[in-house]
Design a binder for this molecule. Structure first.
Ligand code: PGA
Length: 281
């Protein structure tokens, strides 16, 4: 049987062949398949987005042991949707309004994201919490709105440097997670992003990240039960790059990465995808 076309506009012999894994092996970390997610934030113009997608598609195989999702700016969604057609890459929005439509200038709704080809959406990224004053309660409404409109929310939580210094990390994570799930979204994944590590080059050590991830999974067990907690992917985010992901992905409760800066470079992002896929072999 012929394979589906991988981004037919680009062909290369340098695909990540080591990503090819038997299906049953792709479930070695419990039943959790890793996720490599690229958060482009407010970067790139259409021509840059096209080139980046082409570079990624050229390096990917069809049978990946890793989920891949890109979160471009809203103006780039159509461009990226076109470029990744037929590839294993999924598309996500960076934010959504809790309402399905209405008088909300500058916002984008769940149905609009789904209509643009999105399957995922970020909820509660720390830059939304800080720049736009998003409250825990609002983020809970957004997560619920996401699943009501067929989108998978990637809920972001994480403590600031001051909160960590004050030994408030676990209290902050519990508060943020509890509020984000208060309206019972049908499905969700989590990203642990310590604010002090975002865009700073200062990555959490594997041990420190694992402690936070294990705490989040334990809290999930209390909130949604053991079975859902065991299958929820908890990604790490904050200065993830090709030189530090290998030591992080081997941690028991780290199931992939939400990548900012390094996702704007196709070579670096492919290396991160490769580290996730190799971990599953
Ligand atoms: P960074 O961003 O990888 O540039 O630190 C991560 C994020 O904010 O999602």
């Amino acid at each position: 049987m012929s394979q589906p076309e991988i981004c037919p506009q680009v062909r290369t012999s340098h695909r990540l062949r080591y990503n090819r894994q038997p299906k049953e092996k792709a479930l070695s970390n419990g039943s959790r398949r890793p996720v490599a997610a690229g958060n482009w934030k407010m970067n790139l113009l259409r021509r840059d987005a096209e080139a980046l997608c082409q570079g990624l598609c050229a390096g990917l195989d069809t049978e990946l042991a890793t989920d891949i999702v890109l979160f471009p700016t809203a103006t780039l969604l159509a461009t990226v949707a076109r470029q990744i057609q037929g590839s294993p890459i999924a598309l996500g929005g960076q934010d959504l309004h809790p309402d399905a439509s209405g008088a909300h200038t500058g916002d984008v709704s769940g149905p609009q994201l789904a209509d643009a080809g999105c399957g995922w959406v970020l909820c509660g990224h720390s830059e939304r919490r800080q720049d736009h004053g998003e409250s825990d309660v609002l983020i809970g409404s957004k997560a619920r709105a996401a699943t009501d409109h067929g989108l998978l929310p990637l809920i972001c939580v994480g403590e600031s440097r001051d909160e960590r210094r004050a030994e408030q990390t676990f209290a902050v994570l519990r508060r943020q997670l509890t509020a984000a799930l208060a309206e019972k979204p049908a499905s969700f994944e989590i990203a642990y992003e310590p604010i002090w590590a975002i865009g700073t080059g200062e990555v959490a050590t594997p041990e420190l990240a694992q402690r936070a991830h294990a705490f989040l999974r334990q809290t999930l067990t209390e909130l949604v039960g053991e079975e859902r907690a065991a299958t929820t992917r908890v990604l790490y985010g904050g200065s993830a790059n090709p030189s530090n992901v290998a030591d992080l992905i081997v941690q028991r409760d780290i199931d992939g990465f939400l990548v900012g800066g390094a996702s704007l470079d196709s070579g670096k992002f492919l290396d991160i995808i490769g580290a996730c896929a190799r971990h599953q072999s």
